[in-house]
Design a protein around this ligand. Sequence first.
Ligand code: NAD
Ligand code: ZN
Length: 256
Amino acid sequence: MNDQSSQLAKWLLQSKCTVAFTGAGISTESGIPDFRSPGGVWAKYQPVYYDAFMSSRQSREEYWRQKCEAHPGMANASPNHGHNVLAEWGSKKLLAAVITQNIDGLHQESGSPHVLELHGTARKIQCQDCEIQSTVEEADQYVAGFLQTGKVPDCPKCGSDRMKHATISFGQMLPHETRKEAEQLALLSDLFIALGSSLVVTPAADLPRLAKARDAKLVIINREPTPLDSLADLIVRDSIGEFLKNVNQRLANPPA
Ligand code: NAD
Ligand code: ZN
């Protein structure tokens, strides 16, 4: 068992408020490519910006083509060991919350009790005009419908064709309340663990900084270096699932 997993286990047991902050890297072990992955959908297409989606029918069609390609991969994925360990820590009150940049819904699916989705969810569809949100099953039906007909769906409530995944698109504002709550959690935390995020965009990069500004311990678990590594109290260059498994073993058998 390596020293890093013992160290994190010790800090978890001592902490009064631990917050986990996750990025696309926690879901690669569930088969969902991360942002930088060369084969990923995100690398293949020009993303459709929010303004273009709202103002042009052609852009909406392009948006639906791209999203329908990514949708089944996310809808059919299952939580992996990393998600499951965080869920277990949440139910044992070792973790106050999971703040995620991911849109795949896998933290909720694994049973994490308190999840903040900074970028929304790709498991549901939302009308941009009346804001009605679909269920997960309805979202799957909308996608199947577009794949059959090539027609952007109409809102069942107001008739608008500005229906999109309930995610934050490029150029779209983050929901104010969720962002505020994430910042408050970062400020309250005494242990802040970033997992599988390149930490290059804000507010991703802001949250660990906020936590550090209040003297929290900062742990970064990521295969590649990040711009915030110099602030970290512990840097782990391991695969997330494997490392969290080791930490869990340490928690089950704490050193005498
Ligand atoms: P990113 O792709 O920029 O960075 C992911 C990091 O995780 C990389 O540095 C990579 O080295 C590391 N990583 C990958 N697999 C790992 C593993 N098994 N163990 C340890 N480290 C691993 O991701 P980001 O910082 O989250 O930013 C990407 C943006 O794209 C986010 O805003 C997110 O909403 C979106 N996105 C989401 C998903 C998803 O929901 N699953 C997938 C792709 C992109
Ligand atoms: Zn509507």
